[in-house]
Design a protein around this ligand. Structure first.
Ligand SMILES: NC(=O)c1ccc[n+]([C@@H]2O[C@H](COP(=O)([O-])OP(=O)(O)OC[C@H]3O[C@@H](n4cnc5c(N)ncnc54)[C@H](O)[C@@H]3O)[C@@H](O)[C@H]2O)c1
Length: 363
């Protein structure tokens, strides 16, 4: 059984996100209806292949030729070298314009495989099968694909929409706690910018990952729906999509100052959302970081203490590539569920919000 969300990209382009447990039937039916089933490339995260390889092999068993390519786990796989390497393999084996690429893994595999699909033969069909919480609620939706460059993350890539997304909750059974917590930050973001009820649901569920599964299906579905709603209103990131950056401008600075890899993106975003809430409250808006309090200990437990100081963080925000004319663009909240864009020129308030946030993590 799967629940389906429609994503309308434009008048003539739409795709569906299938969400549920054990989606084999829906997946096979989809492939039968949409592809000749001569050949498929499966780009799969190495850990996922070890843990779920058999299941994935069965999923694609109706194709005459299946080519499995493992992607080494970790952010370093999102590189031009790895992209080039896969392109070579795919072209040497032989691929046609109608041959689908199935991306099975977290955001790293999805972004890399998506960019391969976008570029080989000027684009072949892409199916996302996300296996982390973050990939199910965030990276598999919205069409951003790409790899990193020595000068920064995600600097090479393209918008490329998949034919379909299959989010099978059963994959999450093997996910490590750290990855749950990382993905949860994005769900809390959706709670803050669109649906505050998610705060209560997550508070209840976080102590019992995957039980009851039905409720997690509901959370993934609601999160995916929010992301899909926002991106379909703004597929090329010209306006509203910026709301998805709630907590991220602060979070990116923290990631940069702490050293990439020292804290996860989700941990940085969580801290960033506390700072953004504090900033909003200081401007007189009806929010406070109390809503994030039930989750703080969880993040603190797995993060080493934040050694970054306020001045370094401020500097990192000021030198961000997106900053124009010394104005830092922040996503703030008028109230819960109501984000807006704010041009920040008052650095003293930023200083205050960082100082408040660092205190939370270091006491
Ligand atoms: N395209 C977008 O819109 C978008 C949005 C947000 C993030 N991202 C990108 O996503 C990436 C992060 O994604 P992520 O957090 O999924 O990380 P990831 O892909 O590195 O996966 C995290 C870890 O989980 C393991 N894993 C994956 N599925 C598993 C499973 N079912 N069971 C056990 N282990 C499993 C992986 O091997 C890896 O070690 C970043 O590169 C980020 O830039 C992209």
């Amino acid at each position: 059984m799967s629940n389906i969300i429609n994503v309308d990209i434009s008048l003539d382009q739409e795709y569906q996100i299938f969400i549920g447990q054990q989606l084999a039937q829906s997946f096979k039916a989809y492939c039968e209806a949409h592809y000749s089933q001569n050949s498929i490339f499966v780009l799969i995260d190495e850990n996922v292949n070890r843990l779920h390889g058999e299941k994935v092999a069965k999923l694609v068993s109706d194709f005459e030729n299946t080519h499995i390519i493992e992607i080494p786990e970790g952010e370093t796989s999102k590189s031009v070298r790895k992209w080039n390497n896969i392109i070579n393999k795919v072209l040497e084996i032989g691929i046609e314009r109608s041959t689908p690429i199935l991306a099975v893994g977290g955001g790293v595999t999805g972004d890399l495989a998506g960019f391969v699909a976008a570029t080989v033969l000027r684009g072949v069909p892409l199916i996302h099968m996300p296996t982390t919480l973050l990939a199910m609620v965030d990276s598999s939706i919205g069409g951003k694909t790409g790899v990193n460059h020595a000068t920064g993350k995600n600097l090479i890539g393209s918008f490329y929409q998949p034919d379909a997304v299959f989010s099978d909750i059963a994959f999450l059974q093997t996910l490590e706690q750290k990855e749950w917590v990382t993905g949860m930050a994005e769900i809390l973001k959706y709670a803050a910018i669109r649906n505050p009820q998610l705060f209560e649901v997550i508070e209840e569920l976080i102590h019992q990952p995957l039980t009851p599964k039905k409720r997690w299906v509901g959370v993934v579905e609601e999160s995916a729906r929010i992301k899909a709603d926002i991106v379909q209103e703004d597929t090329l990131e010209a306006g509203k999509r910026a709301y998805l950056n709630f907590g991220h401008t602060f979070g990116h600075a923290l990631e940069k100052v702490s050293g990439y890899g020292e804290i996860t993106h989700g941990e940085a975003v969580f801290a960033g959302m506390i700072a953004a809430c504090h900033f909003s409250q200081e401007l007189g808006h009806l929010v406070s970081d109390v809503r994030f309090s039930p989750f703080l200990s969880l993040y603190k437990k797995q993060m080493s203490s934040l050694t970054a100081n306020t001045e370094e963080l401020l500097e990192a925000m000021k030198t961000d590539k997106k900053v124009k004319d010394n104005t830092i663009r922040l996503v703030l909240l008028n109230k819960w569920g109501s984000p807006y864009l704010y041009s920040c020129e008052d650095y003293s308030l930023l200083r205050k919000s960082w100082s408040y946030t660092l205190d939370k993590f270091n006491t």
